[in-house]
Design a protein around this ligand. Structure first.
Ligand code: NAP
Ligand code: FE
Length: 370
């Protein structure tokens, strides 16, 4: 037996957890920069809850609400500038994975005079500001990972930088904040959580502990399968999804993601396919591809979902994510070359070569052959 497990984030999950734990902000300092997207922080009620607590605790705050989906280098550099002007002691991230990831970059840029492209070099001169994370989607688990995924227009892909210092110090998970998600955002992000749990469970870097958490995350997703199919969610379903997403994040913080995420980034970059949906389109064939080398793991995934065969999970994903995009064979070749350069591809249990990746895409997507 041999493993390492590192997860330094203090986690609060429950209705009203922000207001019930206001002291968590006080010892982080006197000034907070809040990083969000344009609408959902306000619409979900999370922003009001946080600012009420900050004012109660006499913490000055400023809002940077310019983060769009799939944050760019320009967006996080603008956030870094805002932080250098305001000089906060902490960064409070409220949002889906995009604002959470952007906030991690901003926490570094606030105290290091570097370009966003230099975040990938690591070894920061000054320690990033502490981050408090409040997820508004139940999907990425970014509130408990050391990853920030940014869009690199030069390399034409999404790229992750990783550093233990960008693990949020505190995460508040209140399912009420996820209630304003549309059906599509809910389903896409839930499938991202499932993808983290499955990829993490199958990753070459998985451990005994990460496997326990991954199977629990998959079971938890299985409990809300019906609600996901119906597209109708009560607060208990929302809380279950938030729990599954949290566990999925803790898992990939240990194991990394694999070929599904590596390939999915191109669907998002070139076709604006939402991140979770991109993963979900590929997940069924990914399980089929890996089944010969890890049959017991594939069986355990299916059992945790209450399913029997890989075809069953594919059917479920087709039902949740009806297909719409059509790709050309040339585009698939391009996606394969980009994915082959990513670091996460090596975590895949059955090492795929370029033909394997091409076949996986072809079997998963609609292709028009031109
Ligand atoms: P997102 O890109 O953060 O948000 C998608 C959309 O949903 C936005 O329009 C957002 O609106 C809206 N939204 C979010 N929460 C809402 C709510 N409660 N009510 C209503 N609308 C809401 O989506 P995401 O799937 O959570 O994040 C995807 C990003 O995370 C990708 O860049 C992906 O690469 C990254 N990711 C990171 C990790 C990691 O470990 N760091 C893991 C997986 C994925 P607003 O713009 O108004 O907020
Ligand atoms: Fe993901």
């Amino acid at each position: 037996m041999e493993f390492k497990f590192f997860m330094p984030t203090k986690i609060f999950l429950g209705i009203g957890c922000v207001a019930q734990n206001k002291n968590e902000f006080t010892h982080l300092g006197k000034r907070a920069l809040i990083v969000t997207g344009r609408n959902s922080a306000m619409a979900s009620g999370a922003l009001l809850d946080i600012t009420t607590v900050l004012e109660d605790q006499k913490i000055a705050w400023e809002l940077f609400d310019q983060i769009e989906e799939n944050p760019t280098f320009a967006a996080v550099e603008a956030g870094g500038d805002a932080a250098r002007r305001f000089k906060p002691d902490m960064i409070i991230a409220i949002g889906g994975g995009s604002p959470l990831d952007a906030a991690k970059a901003i926490a570094v840029l606030a105290v290091n005079f570097i370009r966003a492209s230099e975040l990938y070099k690591g070894g920061f001169h000054a320690a990033p500001l502490p981050i408090v994370a409040i997820p508004l989607t139940a999907g990425t688990g970014s509130e408990v990972t050391p990853y920030s995924i940014l869009t690199d227009t030069e390399k034409q892909t999404k790229r992750s930088f990783s550093d233990p210092q960008i693990f949020p110090v505190v995460a508040f998970l209140d399912a009420r904040y996820t209630q304003t998600q549309s059906r599509d955002v809910t389903v896409n992000t839930a499938v991202d959580a499932l993808s983290h749990a499955i990829e993490g469970y199958m990753s070459k870097r998985s451990t005994l502990v990460s496997d326990c958490l991954a199977l629990e995350a998959i079971r938890s997703f299985g409990k809300v399968r019906k609600a996901l199919s119906l597209g109708s969610f009560n607060l208990t379903d929302r809380e279950e999804l938030l729990y599954a997403s949290l566990l999925g994040g803790i898992v990939i913080a240990q194991t990394g993601t694999t070929a599904v995420h590596a390939l999915g980034y191109s669907l998002t970059y070139f076709y604006q396919v939402p991140h979770g949906r991109a993963n979900g389109l590929l997940l069924g064939e990914y399980l089929r591809f890996n089944e010969p080398v890890v049959p017991e793991k594939v069986s355990a995934v299916l059992a945790a979902l209450g399913l029997k065969t890989v075809n069953d999970i594919k059917e479920l994903l087709v039902e949740l994510l009806p297909s719409s995009e059509v790709y050309t064979e040339q585009e698939l070749q391009k996606f394969v070359s980009i994915a082959s350069e990513t670091a996460n591809i090596v975590n895949t249990p059955r090492q795929p070569n370029k033909e394997d990746l091409y076949q996986l895409l072809k079997d998963s997507l609609s292709v028009n052959g031109q």
